[in-house]
Design a protein around this ligand. Sequence first.
Ligand code: FEO
Length: 173
Amino acid sequence: MLSKKVEKALNDQIKMEGNSSNYYLALACWADMNGFSGVADFMYKQSDEERFHMLKLMKYVIERDGGAKVPAYDEPTVNVKTATGVFQDLYKHELAVTESINKLVGICLSENDYTTHNFLQWYVSEQLEEEATAKTILDKIKLMGDDKSAWYHFDRDIAGLTVTSVADAGAGA
Ligand code: FEO
């Protein structure tokens, strides 16, 4: 059984994951409308990934006899002007999610909820991976600078990648 405090904190995280999914969907649309179809594919997949994070939390709340709420979404506002901006936003957003997950873990400890604490370790690892991915991509972008041919290849290659494959390549580098 979840305490009311943990249940609320989990539902707040459900909302954050849902908003992340929508935000990445909006970034994917921006990339698709601006000629970066590979970047768009990557972000569409990232959006799906965030929806999966949301569902995993919902199912956990229900499994623990709590109430999972489908969140009302904020309309995502996209201010990026370049493909670089897409990945800067991705990185910034993932840092905020990590902070939120860490707070949630802290709440579980303060409520002596070691079951939820254990469940959340998957998210702690996932955040490490997602931050590493965004950082690896930003490092590559820095190397490319304004080289149009490099950007062409980058956009072609990133279409086939996922967060996991980029993180693994970064860790092995
Ligand atoms: Fe589910 Fe990327 O945080």
